[in-house]
Ligand binder design. Structure first.
Ligand SMILES: Cc1ncc(C[n+]2csc(CCOP(=O)(O)OP(=O)(O)O)c2C)c(N)n1
Length: 284
C-alpha cells in the first residue's frame, strides 16, 4: 500500500509530543487498510497543524479554531470518506469551543483528535483554558487567575458517543484508539495528553508516565456513562486512558437527516451542472 511518509522534515521541538501523535496517526491509518488517497485529514492552526504537510493524504489546513466545521462539511458531502480533524486545546476550548459543542451534540461522524499540550504552543506558550491554574506562563508570569476548564466534564455534559484518552508517549495505545475511533459510528472525541517540553513544565512526559493507567487492565465497562465520566474527570491521583465511553446504538447526524433517507448516492456524487436560466428569468 502507498505509504504516508513524506519528504518534508518535521519542525517540532525536540521531545514534542506531536512526533508520537503523528506516528500513531500514520500507523492507525495504515493498519486500518486506508491508503492516503482514501482519507481526509483536517488540521487546525497551531504546532500540531504544522504537521499537515509532513504526511501524505488529502489534507486541509484551515483557520484557527475552525477545524470541526470544515471536517464535518467534508464528511457530510462525502460520507464514504473517513475524516479526521486535529485541533489544539487552545483552539478547541477557546476560539473554537462553540464548534466543539455542536460537533459533539450533533454527533457528526468524524474523528476529532485533541492535541492537548495545555497551552498555546505555536504562539510561544501562553496559558490556554486547559493550563493548570497558577502555572506561570508567557503573558501570565504570576499564573492565570481563572480556574482550569474541566474539559472532560464539559465533553460528557454534551452526551458524546465516543470518548477516549491517551498520552503522546504511548504510540501503541494511541494507534489502537485511533483505529477504534475511525470505525465509530458518530463523533469520536480523542483527547491526547501531549508533552510540550518547551512551554509546559507541569504535565510532562515523565508526569504522564507516572500517572496514566490503561482502563482495560481494570476491566472498565465502556458502556457505563456514569463511571466513564467519573474516571475521566478525576485526574487528581491517576489518569485513566483508553476508550472510556462508547455507544454505537444511535444513528449519527447524517443518518438522521430526513432528505437523505433512502439515498444510495452521496451529496458529492449528486453534484451536477444545472441550467438555471429559466428560473432566473422568472425572478427578473
Ligand atoms: C482566530 C485566531 N486567533 C488567534 C490566532 C493566533 N494563533 C495562531 S496559532 C495559536 C496558538 C495555537 O494553540 P493551540 O490551538 O493550543 O495549538 P498548539 O500550537 O499548542 O498545537 C494562536 C493563538 C489565529 N491565527 N487566529
Amino acid at each position: 500500500m502507498q505509504s504516508y511518509s513524506c519528504v518534508n522534515k518535521c519542525t517540532w521541538c525536540d521531545g514534542c509530543g506531536d512526533y508520537g501523535i503523528w506516528t500513531a496517526v500514520k500507523r492507525a491509518l495504515t493498519e486500518s487498510g486506508l491508503a492516503p488517497w482514501q482519507v481526509c485529514l483536517c488540521f487546525d492552526v497551531g504546532c500540531h497543524g504544522n504537521g499537515s504537510d509532513k504526511l501524505q493524504g488529502y489534507r486541509f489546513h484551515g483557520l484557527h479554531g475552525r477545524v470541526i466545521p470544515f471536517a464535518a462539511g467534508a464528511k457530510l458531502a462525502n460520507p464514504k470518506l473517513p475524516v479526521i480533524a486535529f485541533g489544539g486545546d487552545g483552539a478547541s476550548f477557546s476560539e473554537g469551543i462553540g464548534h466543539l459543542v455542536h460537533g459533539i451534540r450533533s454527533d457528526y461522524p468524524i474523528v476529532f483528535v485533541l492535541h492537548n499540550n495545555a497551552n498555546y504552543g505555536l504562539t510561544l506558550g501562553q496559558a490556554s483554558a486547559l493550563t493548570w491554574q497558577g502555572q506561570k506562563m508567557n503573558t501570565a508570569p504570576n499564573g492565570i487567575p481563572e480556574h482550569t476548564l474541566p474539559s472532560m466534564d464539559f465533553v460528557f455534559s454534551l452526551e458524546p458517543t465516543f470518548v477516549a484518552r491517551s498520552f503522546s508517549g504511548d504510540i501503541p495505545q494511541m494507534t489502537e484508539i485511533m483505529k477504534a475511533a475511525l470505525k465509530h459510528r458518530g463523533f469520536a472525541f480523542v483527547d491526547i495528553l501531549q508533552a510540550c517540553p518547551t512551554w509546559n513544565h507541569f504535565a510532562t512526559h515523565e508526569y504522564f508516565l507516572e500517572h496514566c493507567y490503561d482502563v482495560t487492565t481494570e476491566g472498565h465497562d465502556t458502556s457505563d456513562f456514569v463511571k466513564a465520566r467519573a474516571i475521566a474527570v478525576d485526574t487528581s491521583k491517576r489518569i485513566s486512558t483508553g476508550i472510556l465511553y462508547q455507544r454505537e446504538d444511535i444513528p449519527d447526524f447524517y443518518e438522521k437527516l430526513v432528505p437523505r433517507q433512502g439515498k444510495t448516492t452521496t451529496p458529492v456524487e449528486e453534484v451536477a451542472i444545472t441550467d438555471v436560466t429559466a428560473y432566473m428569468k422568472k425572478l427578473l
